[in-house]
Design a protein around this ligand. Structure first.
Ligand SMILES: *Cc1c(COP(=O)(O)O)cnc(C)c1O
Length: 368
């Protein structure tokens, strides 16, 4: 049985006729840049996430970068981020000549609050939690630290569109939050895309200008800016996808539940928490387990046709010595990365495949 980690053409093939209609409609109207579909998408997102402003930008990395700029982050400011994140989180900070300060993850992979405190200095301006794998960090603890040390919170919610903590959506806790619309992300478009979320009118109007050559809503240039707009065609595709999004999340939660039921008794594995409706409402961008003999398990599954991935190609940020980070300085995160593995988690897997995956994982450990 061949089970890819992610099937990039599945969703298009499934709804091909509708997508051709959308493409036809946009093409006939010649509606490509800053048009009504983008405006509608931004309204849809703001309404869904219960946030004042949602702004479509070129990608999730730009969303962070523009948000930082709009928040006044400047040279030598320090921002604390987890090492278990994509290099993009750190790069957006670096590009403003500010400093990404790395902290550990806990045994569950989420940002370690106690380690955040150890990394705070006089130059620290903000904590940027990463809402990893579709799960929110312990936001009460992070908010408490931020308040105590007078720091801002910026949220990298690239992997957590629709995830909630105490009934509040990921991306809406701090000064601003960001979402990635990369194809393999929860809400993926057909190329690159991102969203900046904020309740601050000041940040919203600044990002609106920064993403569009410094122009205000009347088209007048009033500040320096860049070009980082979400394409109208992508927005039209996303408006269509958004209609099924709640169903998509429920399906992912069912998949997580299935994995949990079939693998929970395997003592060689540590699983993410099963779906709950209590403090965390998880949306499972990824299903990241920790596994004894992880590398051997991965090869074994690959031979059976099952593709699993190690997040960030196995490299947390503190491994990037070429970027100036010291190797192996974060022991807990290094340990986590020796064992972590992502099982197929998407809307194209079926339960026959899931049964096979779980059976083969359990078989592997019978042999070792
Ligand atoms: C995907 C991702 C990003 C970057 O988003 P792009 O849209 O690819 O630029 C940033 N942070 C995290 C945690 C991500 O998973």
């Amino acid at each position: 049985m061949k089970i890819p980690f992610f099937n990039y053409s599945y969703e298009f093939k499934k709804n091909r006729k509708d997508y051709l209609k959308i493409f036809n409609n946009i093409g006939q109207r010649g509606a490509f840049i800053l048009q009504s579909d983008l405006k509608k998408f931004e309204e849809n997102i703001a309404k869904y996430l219960k946030v004042k402003y949602a702004i479509g930008v070129a990608n999730g990395t730009d969303a962070i970068w523009l948000g930082l700029m709009a928040s006044g982050i400047k040279e030598n400011d320090e921002i604390i981020i987890p090492s278990h994140t994509y290099v993009a989180t750190a790069a957006a900070i670096h590009m403003l000549k500010a400093k990404p300060i790395l902290c550990e993850c806990k045994v569950d992979g989420m940002m370690d609050e106690e380690d955040i405190i150890k990394r705070i200095s006089k130059k620290t301006k903000a904590i940027m939690p990463v809402q990893l794998n579709g799960r929110c960090c312990d936001m009460d603890k992070i908010k408490k630290i931020a308040k105590g040390y007078k720091l801002k919170i910026f949220e990298d919610a690239a992997q957590a569109f629709g995830s909630k903590y105490k009934n509040k959506f990921a991306g809406t806790f701090g000064e601003f939050g960001t979402i990635s619309l990369y194809p393999a992300k929860l809400l993926g478009c057909y190329g690159d895309g991102g969203i900046l979320l904020t309740n601050s009118k000041k940040i919203a109007s600044s990002v609106n200008q920064l993403r569009d050559h410094g122009r205000n809503d009347k088209g007048k240039v009033v500040s320096w800016g860049f070009n980082s707009r979400l394409d109208n065609l992508q927005a039209a595709i996303l408006n269509y996808k958004l209609k099924n999004y709640k169903k998509d999340i429920l399906f992912r939660r069912k998949v997580a539940n299935y994995y949990n039921n079939k693998l929970i008794n395997n003592k060689n594995l540590q699983l993410p928490p099963p779906p709950s409706l209590n403090k965390n409402f998880d949306v499972y961008q990824n299903y990241e387990i920790q596994a004894y003999k992880r590398n051997k398990l991965k090869v074994y599954l690959q031979r059976k046709g099952i593709r699993c991935l190690i997040q960030w190609n196995g490299d947390p940020i503190h491994n990037f010595s070429k970027l100036g980070f010291k190797n192996n300085s974060l022991k807990k995160t290094t340990k986590y990365f020796n064992n972590c593995l992502m099982l197929p988690m998407n809307t194209s897997v079926n339960f026959k495949q899931l049964k096979f995956i779980c059976k083969e994982i359990n078989n592997f450990y019978k042999k070792y």
